[in-house]
Design a protein around this ligand. Structure first.
Ligand SMILES: C[S@@+](CC[C@H](N)C(=O)[O-])C[C@H]1O[C@@H](n2cnc3c(N)ncnc32)[C@H](O)[C@@H]1O
Ligand SMILES: O=S(=O)(c1ccc2c(c1)CN[C@@H](CF)C2)N1CCSCC1
Length: 272
């Protein structure tokens, strides 16, 4: 019997899977029709954008720096945030995603067209702002695009100085964690980037076990709503708002097996 390869750790298997992650395929799968359907407020992308717009509209969440954990190649999640923070710090584990974001931030040709998302956010924010103005503002405030690994206690490799005033993360933690304990640890690690009293906004998948991004097939830890609530409490957060969305059958396109989406707004306790 030839020597058997050592069993690869689940984290190592995940990292190997992400080496095959194709940003353009990922964008195609999730941010173009049929999933990017803006025709009804009942569809998921308008629902997600409305959760963020309504939460930022209160004006309570603002400050100098917002960090986005596991940005991937997407910027939709930053469109309402960018009006309330001087600096947006995007992060991702993969250089291909950081490069995609950098090309968009510099306005280079051939990057993904986010204008339908920007136009929709300007519409629901109701200020009559030209979408090109919102795009210009986000590009001006997206100043750092950093490598990150949420499985490290110090996800950026060094503390963020000063700590972020707010943290956002969309579809990352559950998509990079082999199990619930790893998800909870990753949340706590990400939370270490946030100042006391800072706000965390999480968007994520419920009941999802895999997703496709080109040649990559990535495992996802299937989450129930209570798993998210328990992980937030375990990481020391106070829950402020929790909403969920059931995925309509028409949006089951085979690129994943997501059952629904959650939105959580939580706050880190103030300094003792
Ligand atoms: C499903 S994508 C989410 C992308 C984007 N935030 C969105 O809303 O569509 C998950 C992202 O997590 C990143 N990632 C993979 N491993 C990671 C890790 N250990 N720490 C942080 N991010 C990681 C991937 O590169 C990928 O961009
Ligand atoms: O746009 S979504 O909110 C969305 C957006 C991104 C993702 C997923 C879903 C599910 N798989 C994730 C992999 F981690 C990435 N959406 C979820 C409901 S159905 C339409 C697509």
């Amino acid at each position: 019997m030839p020597p058997q390869p050592l069993a690869m750790s689940s984290l190592a298997a995940l990292r190997e899977g992400y080496e095959r992650f194709d940003p353009r395929a990922y964008l195609q799968n999730n941010y173009l029709p049929p999933r990017a359907d803006f025709s009804s407020e009942e569809f998921v992308v308008p629902w997600k954008l409305r959760c963020l717009a309504e939460t930022f509209a209160s004006g309570e969440i603002c400050g100098r720096t917002l960090i986005d954990v596991g940005s991937g190649p997407t910027i939709y999640q930053l469109l309402s945030a960018c009006d309330h923070f001087e600096e947006i710090v995007a992060t991702d584990y993969l250089a291909v995603n950081r490069e995609e974001l950098g090309r968009w931030a510099r306005g280079e040709p051939g990057t993904f067209d986010w204008s339908p998302f920007i136009q929709h956010v300007c519409k629901i924010e109701g200020r009559g702002e030209p979408w090109q103005e919102k795009e210009r503002r986000l590009r001006g405030r997206l100043r750092r695009i950093l490598p990150i690994d949420v499985h490290r206690p110090d996800p950026l490799g060094a503390p963020l100085r000063p700590p972020a005033d707010a943290l956002l993360s969309a579809f990352c933690l559950e998509a990079v964690s082999p199990d619930l304990a790893a998800f909870a640890r990753a949340l706590a690690h990400a939370g270490s980037l946030l100042r006391p009293g800072g706000h965390a906004l999480l968007l994520g998948a419920l009941g999802e076990s895999f997703y496709l991004a080109g040649a990559a097939r990535l495992p996802v830890v299937p989450l129930a709503e209570d798993d998210v609530r328990a992980a937030l409490a375990g990481a020391g957060f106070a829950l402020r708002d929790f909403r969920s969305y059931a995925m309509p059958p028409a949006l089951r396109t085979g690129v994943d097996d997501v059952d629904g989406v959650f939105f959580a707004h939580a706050q880190k306790p103030p300094e003792a």
